[in-house]
Design a binder for this molecule. Sequence first.
Ligand SMILES: Cc1ncc(COP(=O)(O)O)c(C=O)c1O
Length: 405
Amino acid sequence: MDNAATSFPKPPGVKEAMIHFMDDVGANPGRSRHDQSMEAARIVEGTREALAVLFNIPNPNRIVFTLNSTEALNTVIYGVLNEGDHVVMTQMEHNSVIRPLRHLEASGIITVSVAPCDRMGFCDPREIGRLVHPNTALVALNHASNVCGAIQDVVAIREAIGDVPLLLDVAQTAGAVPVDVQAMGVDFLAFTGHKALFGPQGTGGLYVRDGLSIRPLKRGGTGSVSESEQQPEFFPDLLESGTQNNVGIAGLGAGVRFVLDTGVETIRRHEMELLQTFVNGLKKLAGLTLYGPLKPEAQAPIVSVTFDKALPDGLQMSFGGCGGRSVPATFESVHPQEAGTILTERYEISVRVGLHCAPLAHKALGTFPDGTVRFSPGYFNTMQEVEIAIEAIRTIAEKINITGD
Ligand SMILES: Cc1ncc(COP(=O)(O)O)c(C=O)c1O
């Protein structure tokens, strides 16, 4: 249940595509004219085209491959912003957005505003709109929180920010929730390959809307216009220098084709069912606080919990949902680290504990600095596994209540 970190297992076909590339292809795409190089190019372009279909991107060449979403996000932040620019980000951002922005801010190059999020993890589009100034050059938005799953209303935020370029981080939603760059008005889309797109680690990419310019993070060989000593200005070569992770891109292509063949809607429906059962089961438990919208249709399949000590009978309080948490009346009973260890060692349930690289999100949810225990079921989790997880959580929570430690 740690698919928000990286998906496991991968669907059939991913490993096979990588083995095919290693065993039968083994060439650089587009660098030579021999059969293997042509086959490598066909595979890489096939992945690009599959991604374009998935995200409704009109021109596949505006997608470039990166190592992960961190590299895609850095490419935009360092490639678009100039001295004197202002950026709006939200409290739900991941450190892969926060840190490069804070670095540019600390260097005196840009200023940054942080849009607050409520205790469910949602940002008010009007609030984001109010933070936009004449020198705002970018709004950086996490589509779904990797801490509590909250999905932001991208269309409303797009409307609220007018023409300001929108960078959408779909690390948690690509492959799991429908993403349509045209309908959402996205200018830059940063995705990672190894989560719900089911590719291997070390894959990801960036979409840049036609007509937008960007400076590359790296410059070098592209296999094109080699007579020129300057970086090509056309896509994807502008942002793709050096030999890529083509073995990984082959695997990513198989992962994306699995998503397309299965259908994002089918994947979403299964994950929402798992989420609904999980939330319903956990809501009944005393001694537990759940964070996030707790409505499957409003969140990615991610639920964070903390184990709190239940109150003696008689006091009015209800558990379930951060809105229902009675802060003065509870205190941490089992530290997230300890709960994570119990879940792994006694129940063989893999979760992630702590701050999940998103410190501002925990400040919004009231779980800073200890963080939470995060459960993130994926497409290959079963209802039975969800029931087992609920039972394990109940046992930990009840033990606290019974023993009072
Ligand atoms: C919302 C969000 N953004 C960015 C990232 C960074 O992804 P990667 O490690 O693949 O670069 C993650 C990873 O957990 C994430 O959840």
